[in-house]
Ligand binder design. Structure first.
Ligand code: SIN
Length: 492
């Protein structure tokens, strides 16, 4: 039994909506019975509750993961691959329900939510295959009577803290390599979007994952839960996706027990349109990059730099495309943009727009709360942005595209790189030499050339500078979940 009461969301498989946490193979409540509500950001309706756990329950989840580790780490790569692939298959089998659940708690359009489930599943498929390729090495020795071997071994219990913007994909991107490598997991999903993570645990249980290998704790006391996850010596690694500020705090907390860390943090992505760009393709790319998930992605274009020769033409085309975006409740009909996650997010967007307008920006589209009310905000385009504005220096995390003007490649590269963070960057050009030059010069971990969409399980995802450390996905993705052990065999 994984839910005490059934909230009203209609699912073909209602058991996917768990209102309990998952620890040691059991569906449990908080020790004191406390709970917190989960609401639909599009309607404000309460979807249900989750256990409001604290450090004690988190410590028990860590104990469960620690106890499960020896047996799980000794399974064969083939056994782990089969289980992870089964979980992939179950995600796709339940794609419609999982997408409805995600739209209900997160607000993104249903089509985007379905896309995210497929994206999440793709990490499981990729790492099910990679499990079998966790190769070590032999190294030509330094002495005639010795042989050198390098083993790759799972790091142990991994704690994960995942965000509300991609509630399935960010968890799948972490648990897939962890499980494939032979690690066990304690995950804490964002309080706003816990049901997608709990549904994944329901499916993991159905896939036959042994008890304790995957544990999900829920609750709003981030300090207590995060403190335990980062302070408990049984946890050997933390993987976090979220803001740079929180990432720094967690990193400090992990220092006490010298944990491995992976951090996928905030960005301030430049999106550059050169004067030789295909403007229609650049507009499509800007819409995809900026307005996907209501602008609430770490990799979304935050600053759009447009060459002065094509500035007006690009602005007109982009304004026309922005005007066509349909805003609404993703569960109520076809939409392109949902609400912002909460009132705080709405206030930040309003603050950035007001600050930009006060400093000289012109509103070419949107610019205010949407008539739908709640946390809906109009898809917005601002012209004449400059470097003094808040939105030039902070992630807006909302549907606001500010257009900056530039006149040379050197100038725009200096502007684009003038930020402490470096997650993603994009540019449009038809000049092959410039494509190489600019891709190499941009200070970020991910570059899109003539595309606004770069996310895939087969490529390494992660940033440089204050955007974090480590890479998720791709052939490099297992590295963060394995330790290298050097074995020297003497007397040969
Ligand atoms: C993120 O916003 O953190 C992830 C987006 C993605 O994987 O595309």
């Amino acid at each position: 039994m994984n839910g005490a009461s059934r909230p009203p969301l209609q699912l073909s498989d209602p058991a996917l909506l768990s209102t309990r946490a998952f620890v040691g193979g059991e569906w449990i409540d908080a020790d004191d019975g406390g709970s917190c509500e989960v609401t639909n950001p599009a309607t404000g309706a309460v979807l249900g509750t989750i256990p409001d756990m604290v450090a004690a329950e988190t410590a028990r989840a860590i104990d469960a993961a620690h106890a499960a580790f020896p047996a799980w780490s000794r399974t064969t790569a083939g056994e782990r691959a089969t289980l992870v692939k089964r979980l992939h298959d179950l995600l796709l089998e339940h794609q419609d329900d999982l997408a409805r659940l995600m739209t209900a708690e997160q607000g993104k359009p249903l089509a985007e939510a379905k896309g995210e489930i497929a994206y999440a599943a793709s990490y499981l498929e990729w790492f099910a295959e990679e499990a079998r390729r966790m190769y070590g090495d032999t190294i030509p020795g330094h002495a005639a009577d010795k042989r050198i071997m390098v083993l790759r071994q799972p790091v142990g219990v991994v704690a994960m803290i995942t965000p509300w913007n991609f509630p399935s994909a960010m968890l799948a991107r972490k648990i897939a390599p962890a499980l494939a490598a032979g690690c066990t997991v304690v995950a804490k999903p964002a309080t706003q979007t816990p049901y997608s993570a709990l549904a994944l645990a329901v499916l993991a249980e159905r896939a036959g994952l042994p008890a304790g290998v995957l544990n999900i704790v829920t609750g709003r006391d981030a300090r207590a839960i995060g403190g335990e996850l980062t302070g408990n010596p049984k946890v050997r690694k933390l993987s976090f996706t979220g803001s740079t500020g929180v990432g720094k705090t967690l990193m400090e907390q992990c220092a006490g027990t010298m944990k491995r860390i992976s951090m996928e943090l905030g960005g301030n992505a430049p999106f550059i349109v050169f004067d030789d760009a295909d403007l229609d393709a650049a507009v499509d790319g800007a819409i995809a990059s900026k307005y996907r998930n209501t602008g609430q992605t770490c990799v979304c274009a935050n600053r759009l730099f447009v060459h002065e020769a094509v500035y007006d033409a690009f602005a007109d085309k982009l304004a026309a495309a922005v005007a066509k975006l349909r805003v609404g409740d993703g569960l109520a009909g076809a939409t392109d943009q949902g609400p912002l996650i909460d009132a705080k997010a709405l206030e930040k967007v309003e603050e950035h727009v007001a600050d930009a307008v006060a400093k000289g920006a012109r509103v070419a589209a949107g610019g205010k709360r949407h008539a739908l009310g709640g946390t809906f905000y109009e898809p917005t385009l601002l012209l004449d942005a400059n470097a003094d504005m808040l939105l030039a220096n902070e992630e807006t995390f909302g549907p606001v595209a500010p257009l900056f003007r530039f006149s040379s490649e050197d100038e725009v590269l200096a502007l684009a790189n003038d930020t402490e963070v470096g997650l993603a960057g994009y540019f449009y050009t038809r000049d092959l030499a410039r494509a190489f030059r600019v891709a190499e010069a941009l200070e970020c971990g991910i570059v899109g050339v003539n595309t606004g969409l770069v996310s895939t399980a087969v490529a390494p995802f992660g940033g440089i500078k204050e955007s974090g450390t480590g890479r998720e996905g791709s052939k490099y993705g297992l590295d963060d979940y394995t330790e290298l052990k050097y074995v020297c065999i003497g007397g040969i």
